[in-house]
Design a protein around this ligand. Structure first.
Ligand SMILES: [Zn+2]
Length: 263
C-alpha cells in the first residue's frame, strides 16, 4: 500500500520557479528558509542546481514517510521538527533505531542506488522538509559531488546512531534511555517542549507503557521534566544529561571526532 505523505504545499511555494536560489541566501526560490544543514553546506553551483528540484512540505505528527519494503518515491531533507527511524518486525512490533533532525535526510538507500526502504520513517513532531522526487535526486547526484558526499557522510552518521541505539535498547535501563531520547530529541527539535504520548514513547523505546510511566514519573519527581498528557517539557537539561546513559555522550563525541577529520 502506498504511504506517500499527504504533505501540502506552503502558501508561498507556487511561484514561477524561475527565482534564483543560493545556499548563501538560505532560502529557496519561493522564499522558504533553508535550515537543513546538508543543503546549507552546498556550494553555490550545486545549491542552484538542487534547490529548484525541492518542494517544501509541512508534515504532521506521526505521518509515515517511508515504509519497509516500499519503493522510495521521494526523499526528505528535514528542515524543522524531527523524524524517527523505526525497525518494524513482521508481527507489527517496532522500535526506534534512529532520529533525524535538520542535520539529516530520509532516503539514504537512494544515494547508494537502492530503491526500497528497509525501515519506517515517522514524523515525530510537526515538521517541515524539502521533498525531492527519487528520480530527480538520482539524476542530480552525479552532477553534485558535494551533495553526494554530504549524503554519504550522513548515511554513516545514521549508521553510528543505529548501532549505538541497538546497544542502548539492549543494555541500558529505561530511565537512562528515556533521558537519552529526550536529549537527542531536544537537540533536533530545538525546543524544550516536546509533543509526546506515553504510548508513542513506549513504542520508540521498545518497552511497555507502564515502564515509560514509571520512568517519566521518576524524572518528573526529580524536577528534570514536566510531563502532562501529550507533552514533555525539559526543565533541567544539565541534570537530564547526568541521568542519561553514556550513549548520548558517545554519539555526540563520535560526530565531533568525524567533523574534526573532515579536511
Ligand atoms: Zn544507552
Amino acid at each position: 500500500m502506498a504511504r506517500s505523505p499527504s504533505a501540502r504545499k506552503t502558501a508561498s511555494s507556487r511561484r514561477d520557479g524561475n527565482s534564483r536560489t543560493t545556499a548563501s541566501s538560505r532560502s529557496d526560490g519561493d522564499g522558504n528558509h533553508v535550515h537543513n544543514e546538508i543543503l546549507l553546506a552546498l556550494p553555490r553551483a550545486e545549491s542552484e542546481a538542487v534547490l529548484p528540484k525541492l518542494e517544501l512540505v509541512r508534515l504532521k505528527l506521526h505521518q509515515v514517510l517511508h515504509e519497509p519494503g516500499e519503493t522510495l518515491k521521494s526523499a526528505y531533507f528535514c528542515n524543522s521538527g524531527m523524524f524517527s527511524v523505526l525497525n518494524v518486525m513482521p508481527d507489527g512490533k517496532s522500535v526506534e533505531v534512529g532520529l533525524i533532525g535538520k542535520e539529516g535526510f530520509s532516503g539514504t538507500p537512494l544515494v547508494a542506488g537502492f530503491r526500497t526502504s528497509h525501515t519506517r520513517t515517522v514524523v515525530q513532531a510537526d515538521a517541515t522538509a524539502f521533498r525531492v522526487d527519487a528520480d530527480a535526486l538520482r539524476a542530480a547526484l552525479p552532477k553534485c559531488p558535494k551533495l553526494e558526499r554530504q549524503l554519504n557522510r550522513y548515511g554513516q552518521l545514521l549508521a553510528v546512531q543505529v548501532t549505538q541505539i541497538a546497544a542502548c535498547n539492549r543494555l541500558h535501563e529505561v530511565n537512562e534511555r528515556l533521558a537519552r531520547w529526550l536529549l537527542m530529541t531536544q537537540d533536533r527539535v530545538g525546543s524544550r517542549d516536546l509533543p509526546l504520548t506515553q504510548d508513542f514513547l513506549a513504542q520508540m523505546l521498545g518497552t511497555r507503557r507502564s515502564s515509560v510511566t514509571i520512568s517519566a514519573g521518576t524524572l518528573q519527581e526529580a524536577g528534570l521534566i514536566a510531563y502532562t498528557r501529550g507533552k514533555v517539557t525539559i526543565l533541567d537539561r544539565r541534570s537530564l544529561e547526568r541521568a542519561a546513559c553514556d550513549c548520548y555522550v558517545l554519539l555526540t563525541r563520535q560526530v565531533k571526532e568525524w567533523e574534526s577529520q573532515d579536511a
